[in-house]
Design a binder for this molecule. Structure first.
Ligand code: DHB
Ligand code: MG
Length: 225
């Protein structure tokens, strides 16, 4: 059931939090509704956007790499958290999504769209190019192909600075990481690799990390070495 704001799974407490602390402006509302209309109701939730935005401010994070743009909902939360001279590079595989995201970013206030670069391509290939360019980021947000999460995490060895922030969405994989059975749409490979990803990120010698009990699972980690 969806409520008036087109949210799934709302409780009174969550509605209270959203109204007070994580209100969406018209742009964010429109982008989330755009995802619903196109049958891709897969954005992060507003309170997750606000939490990550708060971490961006806390860490004085300036350079962000986002793996998986879709229509740019999370990118908009992030770009509003970084200082004006900061920058987000966001990778999106599907050209049509990248086009829609660019249109959405062009509606941002204060020329913030200038701080966002969309790379249209397959993340596994594009990440290698960023390594070749010797780019280093303060934060990496992982939200693309669910079977590739361990590979994306391996890239953070080179692409993320020491004490940089890793955030990853959908790490419950619709429950597949802790259930024995597979939900209809989840492939065995994705289940295996998401379990591996969560285990890799739980390594205390490499990461200060936690997994939040959100709808989809959200991991937050600091790279220690
Ligand atoms: C899917 C992808 C996401 O990033 C998400 O948050 C939810 C679902 C998907 O591909 O099904
Ligand atoms: Mg996601």
């Amino acid at each position: 059931m969806r409520n008036n704001d087109n949210f799934l799974n709302t409780s009174k407490s969550l509605t209270y939090i959203r109204n007070l602390y994580a209100n969406e402006d018209i742009l964010l509302k429109n982008v989330r509704n755009q995802c619903l209309l196109n049958d891709r109701p897969i954005t992060i939730n507003p309170e997750e956007g606000k939490l990550i935005q708060t971490l961006i401010k806390l860490g004085n994070i300036k350079n962000i790499l986002e793996i998986g743009t879709l229509y740019g909902y999370s990118t908009i939360w992030f770009v509003r958290g970084i200082e004006n001279n900061g920058k987000i590079i966001t990778i999106e595989k599907e050209p049509e999504n990248a086009k829609i995201a660019r249109e959405n970013f062009n509606k941002l206030e204060n020329n913030l769209s200038n701080n966002i670069e969309i790379i249209n391509g397959d993340a596994n290939e594009e990440l290698e190019k960023l390594v070749q360019k010797q780019l280093v980021f303060d934060m990496i947000f992982i939200d693309a192909d669910k079977s590739s999460y361990p590979n994306y995490l391996n890239f953070t060895d080179k692409l993320l600075k020491k004490y940089g922030l890793i955030v990853a969405d959908n790490t419950f994989l619709s429950g597949a990481v802790y259930n024995d059975y597979l939900a209809d749409r989840i492939r065995f490979k994705a289940q295996k690799n998401m379990r591996l990803f969560n285990k890799m990120l739980a390594d205390k010698t490499k990461y200060q990390s936690i997994m939040l009990n959100t709808d989809e699972g959200l991991n937050i980690a600091i790279k220690l070495i």
